[in-house]
Design a protein. Sequence first.
Length: 183
Amino acid sequence: MRRYARQGLTVARVKGGDPCIFGRAGEEKAFLESDGIAVEIINGLTSGLVAASSIGVPLTDRRFTRGVTFVTGHTKEGGTPDWSALVAGGTTLVIYMGMKQMPAIVAGLQAAGMSTAMPVAVIANASLPTQAHVVTTLGEMEVAACDEALASPAVIVVGEVVREAGVMPLATVAASGMFSEAL
């Protein structure tokens, strides 16, 4: 990017999803700006939102949760999230980059007090023709994901909201005319 920008060209770095949600946009922006290159970031739709919506999961359904937390399954340095704090927060968890860390994620959430019966969805290749998913429980997640041959890139959605998976998606509800014009 730097080489072409220095040549006076306009450079577009295209990334699937949102470049600022567990992408390298911040690192790349800092690198280019340190060299005096102007940068504009255009947001996208993060895979966590797209994946959940694609299977009918409302991430912040007030009946089940107080919010949503986007978290990485591991850091650049190999660290793990504070699972105890995340479980105590009571929010829906959307875990990025967690497929290879799945055993540690399950162990961490269980050690933090999360029930093995907690609903979980694993969605691979969100929004692509190859999208696949499994809805299961925390205790069965590893086996179910393996049985379905799910692999990265994928997101893991953990929380009571996953109970809504497969329920009529909002686009279908809207198209059916179930909402009145007055709303």
